[in-house]
Design a protein around this ligand. Structure first.
Ligand code: PGA
Length: 254
């Protein structure tokens, strides 16, 4: 694993965006695996800036998002589909047909899971997968205990995850289930970029990077992948005993 510790959220966003941009410039038809949540919002804003000011070209890029809530239509402002259009897709030149998210209202949902996994394979697999991490160590919505062999499936969300995401549901109706790429789906990506910021992520980052590889801490499985870059701010890096003494860098190359 390559670890980059940056000073703050702004640098986390810039360094993350630089890695995505480098992938897209090198391979214009890249298949990107994308994440939602609070963490990548700044990275998406930086990618939009690069598109507008530097002409970063997304016209051949294909995207697959990690997950979507079961029961939410793409028109629902709390859906991840809506999130992606709001933060990224509406502001760049990616063709509509190149964008993929699980359909949260598909029936039967198991068919949707199978088709989603097949669509990723048909696209040639993911070249660069962006990940956040839950404070319980989940990646995508793969909660503790999810088998490493899992592919796209329906996940029953833990109370901790539902509490963490309650801020996006002012009416209090936080969904109980989500469709998520599985651990195996994620590990099939050629490269992985894990982003984490803030003190709430420090324990999960420490266990993911320095603890045992266990299904109880899903992100620990990333230790088994040959090409993972972890970008964390100093707060999220605070628990790292092996690398915790490193000085934060501002630059990706640092
Ligand atoms: P966050 O979520 O970016 O909103 O902290 C990350 C996650 O739960 O995977």
């Amino acid at each position: 694993m390559k670890l980059t510790i940056v000073e703050d959220y702004q640098w986390l966003s810039v360094v993350g965006a630089q890695m995505v941009a480098e992938q897209v410039r090198r391979q214009p038809g890249s298949v990107l695996g994308l994440a939602t949540g609070g963490t990548p919002v700044g990275m998406y804003a930086e990618l939009v800036r690069m598109y507008k000011e530097q002409g970063l070209d997304f016209s051949q890029v294909i995207t697959f998002n990690l997950d979507e809530y079961v029961g939410l239509a793409s028109s629902d402002p709390a859906s991840y589909n809506w999130y992606m259009w709001h933060h990224l897709f509406s502001h760049i030149n990616i063709p509509l047909e190149n964008v993929h998210l699980p359909n949260g209202i598909a029936v039967p949902v198991q068919d949707e899971c199978r088709c989603y996994e097949q669509a990723i394979t048909r696209a040639g697999g993911i070249d660069l997968q962006v990940l956040g991490i839950g404070s319980n160590g989940h990646i995508g919505f793969n909660e503790p205990g999810t088998p490493f062999e899992s592919e796209t499936q329906v996940i029953c969300l833990t109370e901790e995850t539902r509490r963490a995401n309650a801020r996006y549901f002012p009416d209090g109706n936080v969904p109980t289930h989500a469709i998520s790429m599985g651990i195996k789906s994620i590990l099939k990506a050629k490269r992985i970029l894990l982003l984490a910021g803030g003190p709430d992520k420090a324990a999960a980052i420490e266990q993911a990077l320095e603890g045992p590889v266990t299904v109880e801490l899903p992100a620990s499985v990333l230790q088994l992948h040959p090409d993972v870059t972890v970008v964390v701010d100093t707060a999220a890096a605070a628990g790292l005993t092996k690398a915790g003494s490193e000085k934060p860098t501002h630059q990706a190359a640092g």
